[in-house]
Design a protein. Sequence first.
Length: 334
Amino acid sequence: MSGVARGMPHRVAVLVRDGVLPMELGIVHQLFGHARSAGGDRLYEVVSCGVAAGPVRTDADFQVEVRSGLEALEGAGTVLVPASHEVDERCPGAGPVPAALAAAHRRGARVASICTGAFVLAAAGLLEGRRAATHWLSADRFTAMFPSVELDPAVLYADEGGVLTSAGEAAGIDLCLHMIRRDHGAAVAGDVARRTVVPPHREGGQAQFIARPVAAPREASTGPARAWALERLEEPVTLAQLAARASMSVRTFTRRFRQEAGVSPAVWLTAQRVQRARQLLEETDLPVERVAERSGFGTAASLRAHLQAAVGVPPSAYRATFRGPAPDAGRPAD
C-alpha cells in the first residue's frame, strides 16, 4: 500500500536525459496527468527535469525543453527514469544522475524506471539485492554489469516497495497504472486506463514477450473463453469448462492460453478475481463476506489470503484506505 499523502497532488519528477524515448516521457505525463479524485481534483503534479534546465535531445528528430535541473528531485515524492539507450547500457554510473537518484531515495522518494532506465537505478545502488525488470533484449548485458541484482528478464515490472522497474515502453504503461492503483485504488487507475484506452490491469509477473498474442488465421483462440469467464467470476469456473468453451482439449487450451495471455489459466483467473474484489471494496458497501462471494473467492478467509498476497493488506484495511470505514467495521477484524 502507498504512503502517498491525501489532499494534495503527489509530485512526480520525470528525469529526462539525452537520447530519451519520447513515448516513455509522454506516457508518464499522460497517465499520471489524467488521475483525478472523485471530486475531479488532480492527484499528481508531473514535472520533467534534466541534468540541467534547457534542451534535451530525444532519440527522434526533435528536442524537448525542460525547465528544471536535478534540483526538481528534491521536492518529488516519485522520481521516474525513462530509457536513454545511448547511455544506459554503456556508462550509467557516469555523471551526477546516479548520486541524485540515491539522494532522492534516501529522502524517502519512490524511484522507478522504464525499460533500460533500470541500468541507472542499478548504478545508483538502488537495486542491490532486489528484484528488477528491464527490456528482455538488454537482460544479458544488465546481468553482466550488475550481478548482485536479481534480474527477472521475463516479467513486465517488479515492485520492491520504494524501488520499481519495468520492461519496454508498453510495460511502462503497466507500471504507471500499477503505481496509480497502489496509491489511489483500482477505480482511479481504471478511469485513467479508460481515458487512455489501454487495458486497466496486467500483472507485473506476466511475460514480457508473448509468443502468439493473436491466434493465427483459422486457429481457435482462448479469447472468447476468457470473456466468458469474466462474466462468471463468482462461479467455480474450471479449466475443463474453459477448454470446452474454446472447443479444445485441456492440454491444448492450457498451452495456447499461456501463449496468448502470458500466464496460466489459474493465475489469470485469480488475478481477475482480485481485481473484481478490489473494485467491490472501493465502490460498494458490501460486507467482506459478500465481496468474497461476488468475486469468486467464496469465503472471507480466501479473499483475505489472496488480497494480502496481491497488495499486502487485508480487505478492511484496503477499503479503509480507498473508501473509508465500511458499515461492517464493528465486526471482528478480517
